[in-house]
Write a new protein. Structure first.
Length: 507
């Protein structure tokens, strides 16, 4: 830097191919960043790929361009120092008494301030983008498609993914980002398993996530539930069970203690040891009541040895142990067809439609497009060959049924990721999966002989069941369960999930 006009000016340090390439890259990237930022601010619906370009790709190119400029300047200055044989200092000398130096320094400071301001805005927007539903569910399209599709049709569809998967606090935020780094690698290099395993081991306690919205003390009382099923016969005979669910609670200041939510960690502490990773087999349970009394129950079929108990991981029961699929539910074929028929989206007057629709859903298909074609072909062929008169008289009902079955397949089946209702057991209830019966099977006993209750009326009572006039014969004290098909008393000693798989039309 020289203010003497008679002294020859040294060549600009930017006059090298590295810096010139960096300038071109930085200027074009900055223009792209500004344009993308503007588009992101005015966009009506966020786009995950636009977000990646705006907050990751374009800034990366901008930083690369700036780095090239700095590298070029360093290389050029070192070259000039070597050429000057020591008459030129390695680092520039800044003289604040020089107007030119002050002007140059001010320009650099202004550009740096603008860059850091843009960086601050970009960082803030990047943080929010990585916390968004679009980033979580749509960036890795194939991998996360099942989870995102189920989430959009769940009761938590308006709750951000991070509210449950991360929760408040910096510690879990950092953990999630470190975990996410590996997930990016696994997705990029196709290192992920199919289906994606449920993260039971690293789940945050429900008290720190679920209970931020769901206040445990508010649960008490009962709620009525109507389950209408269709049989697998020609007329799709209905079988309805009218239940009174004992929601119950664990806080005596808000209602009676008991029912389903007796399990909540308010007055009682429940711990268990699982024999498998998915927590479907629970051979050991320890209950500590509000008085401090401890009772240990062991399965008579699969008891644990003392050495196994000492080395096993003991988990304290919370919301997620029962509500383990709060946002990502893949419904069984029999269930989705029951719902579709109950709501009129599939006309129940179509002969054998319950049976044929469930069969079409449960066939194995290599891909979603193949499944949609296969469903249409299977249902069409059956009604053209076995129910030709009905199909000819009511082609629109058959077409509507095919469309509905295909729609349900898109929502609950993802062959590319090997995801369906079988992949992720749902612990609510006990019809298709063990659920409640993991502990309440009548086979978990304490040394005193006390057994964990297997009484259906602990959680619900049957007000009415069957069809026709039977449904008007209410019993406030509850009816004994009546199986739609006469199987004698077998159901009393058999867990429902041993027969009911969700893939049979009569279920």
């Amino acid at each position: 830097m020289n203010d003497n006009p008679t002294t020859p000016q040294r060549p600009s340090l930017l006059q090298n191919w590295i810096s010139l390439a960096g300038i071109i890259l930085a200027v074009s990237s900055l223009f792209a960043v500004l344009c993308l930022l503007a588009l992101d601010f005015i966009a009506h619906s966020p786009n995950p790929y636009m977000g990646i370009l705006t907050y990751f790709v374009a800034p990366a190119f901008l930083c690369t361009g700036i780095a090239l400029i700095v590298i070029g300047i360093a290389v050029e200055r070192r070259r000039l120092v070597q050429r000057a044989a020591g008459s030129l200092t390695l680092f520039p000398i800044i003289d604040l008494n020089s107007p030119r130096h002050r002007k140059l320094l001010g320009t650099i400071a202004g550009l740096a301030t603008g860059f850091f301001l843009l960086t601050a805005i970009g960082s803030y927007r990047s943080y929010h983008f990585t916390e968004s539903r679009q980033f979580c569910g749509q960036t890795c399209h194939t991998v996360m498609k099942p989870e995102f599709t189920a989430y959009q049709n769940s009761p938590h569809a308006r709750v951000a993914c991070v509210e449950c998967h991360i929760g408040p606090g910096a510690t879990w935020f950092v953990k999630s980002k470190l975990s996410g780094s590996y997930q990016v690698y696994a997705t990029a290099f196709n290192k992920y398993p199919t289906p994606i395993p449920t993260p039971i081991k690293n789940l945050r306690p429900a008290q720190e996530t679920c209970e931020q919205c769901h206040w445990p003390q508010k649960f008490y009382g009962s709620a009525e539930r109507l389950n209408q099923h269709f049989m697998a016969d020609e007329t799709n005979t209905t079988w309805t069970i009218r239940l009174l669910m004992k929601i119950g609670g664990g806080d005596p200041t808000h209602g009676p203690v008991g029912g389903i939510h007796w399990h909540m960690n308010i007055g009682n502490k429940i711990e268990y040891i699982a024999a498998d990773e998915s927590h479907q087999v629970i051979p050991w349970v320890r209950v500590t009541d509000k008085a401090g009394k401890v009772t240990v129950y062991q399965s008579s079929e699969k008891p644990l040895k003392e050495e196994q108990i000492k080395t096993a991981e003991t988990r304290r029961m919370d919301c997620i142990d029962c509500h383990n699929r709060p946002s990502h539910v893949y419904n069984a074929p029999a269930k989705v067809i029951n719902v579709a028929m109950n709501t009129g989206r599939i006309n129940p007057t179509i002969p054998y439609i319950k049976k044929i629709a469930v069969e079409a859903l449960t066939k194995e298909y290599p891909s979603t497009p193949a499944a949609l074609d296969g469903i249409a072909a299977y249902i069409t062929k059956y009604y053209q060959t076995e129910q030709a008169a009905f199909a000819k008289a009511h082609p629109e009902l058959i077409a509507q049924a095919i469309t509905e079955v295909q729609s349900n397949y898109r929502l609950n089946f993802f062959p590319e990721m090997k995801v369906n209702w079988r992949a992720y057991p749902n612990n609510i209830g006990h019809t298709i999966f063990p659920g409640c019966y993991r502990c309440h099977d009548g086979k978990h006993a304490a040394p005193t002989g006390e057994v964990i209750s297997h009484d259906c009326k602990s959680c619900h009572i049957i007000l009415a069941q069957g069809n026709g006039e039977k449904l008007h014969q209410l019993s406030p004290d509850g009816l004994e369960f009546e199986h739609p098909v006469d199987i004698g008393d077998v159901w009393k000693d058999t867990n429902c999930a041993e027969c009911h798989t969700g893939a049979l039309a009569g279920q």
